[in-house]
Each structure stands twice: as structure tokens, then as C-alpha cells.
Design a protein around this ligand. Structure first.
Ligand SMILES: [Fe+2]
Length: 159
């Protein structure tokens, strides 16, 4: 983003880049776990759920890249180190069900992650409201996607 584009973001850019880095890191963490789940889920329903988790992994990867683009526009870079990313994501320890055919156990983990993302983007949307319209719009957009995904997981739990 050029000079004017940066000027109109009326928030401390360091702070903003830090907040966006947390979102980027979290998206990567979810991308990793969804991709892993897609590869390890087993049992009769594995083909269906493997595909669901694979799509989710791709979606979260797309989110990470949209956040990275915004970080670049603000003159920053996403975190370089993977171990730093896990810390930044702030989600804590993830435990998948020991029984790899327990598809609902997997879904419960991803539902929690969606809820974490909803809080994260809701917060970011509120803090950027009227101050940085571009980040605000990105946060709103990602928020609405995470809300839709939360509902999809809730529906899967009811199956
Ligand atoms: Fe996401």
C-alpha cells in the first residue's frame, strides 16, 4: 500500500500489525490441524470427513493469505518462525480424539477454533471501526465466514 493508503489507517500501525499477526498465526494453526485431521480421520465416514477437513484447511489457508496481504499493505511482515506462530495464535494445546474414527470429536475441536476466530475478528472489527476501514472490512468479511463455518460444524454435530 502506498503512502496515502497507510495514512488513512488511523491506528498505531505497529499495534495493528501485531493484531493481524495474531490472526495470521491462528489461521495457520487451524490450517495445520484441519489438514492433519483430513489425513488421519479414519473409519466408515472417513472419506466424507476427510474432504470436509481438507476444504476447511484450504479455507483457513486462504484467510491467512488475506491477512498477510493486509499486513504487507501496512508495511509489515507476518511472523517468520513456526514456533512463534503457535505462541502468537494463543489457542493453547489441541488434542484430537484418540479414536481417529470419532468424527464428532474432531468437529468439537474445530468448533472451538471457529469460536476463537469469531471472538478474534469481532474484536478486530470493533477496534478498527471508523479508524481503519480496509482492515475493518477484512475483519467483517472473515468474521461472517467464521460465523457460517461455526454453524456448519454445529449442524454436523447434530447429525
Ligand atoms: Fe479462518
Amino acid at each position: 500500500m502506498g503512502q496515502k493508503g497507510r495514512e488513512i489507517a488511523k491506528l498505531d500501525h505497529k499495534w495493528l500489525i501485531k493484531e493481524l499477526s495474531k490472526a495470521y498465526a491462528f489461521e495457520w494453526v487451524v490450517h495445520h490441524y484441519a489438514s492433519l485431521a483430513s489425513n488421519i480421520v479414519s473409519g466408515l465416514r472417513a472419506p466424507v470427513y476427510s474432504e470436509i477437513f481438507k476444504k476447511a484447511a484450504e479455507g483457513e489457508f486462504g484467510h491467512a493469505n488475506r491477512v498477510a496481504k493486509r499486513i504487507a499493505e501496512l508495511g509489515g511482515e507476518p511472523p517468520e518462525s513456526l514456533s512463534e506462530m503457535e505462541k502468537l495464535a494463543g489457542f493453547g494445546k489441541v488434542s484430537f480424539p484418540k479414536e481417529r474414527s470419532d468424527v464428532k470429536g474432531f468437529i468439537k475441536v474445530f468448533l472451538k477454533m471457529e469460536q476463537h476466530a469469531i471472538v478474534l475478528y469481532n474484536d478486530l472489527a470493533q477496534k478498527t471501526h471508523g479508524k481503519d476501514l480496509v482492515t475493518h472490512e477484512l475483519a467483517e468479511d472473515l468474521l461472517s465466514e467464521e460465523v457460517a463455518e461455526e454453524e456448519e460444524y454445529e449442524n454436523l454435530l447434530r447429525e
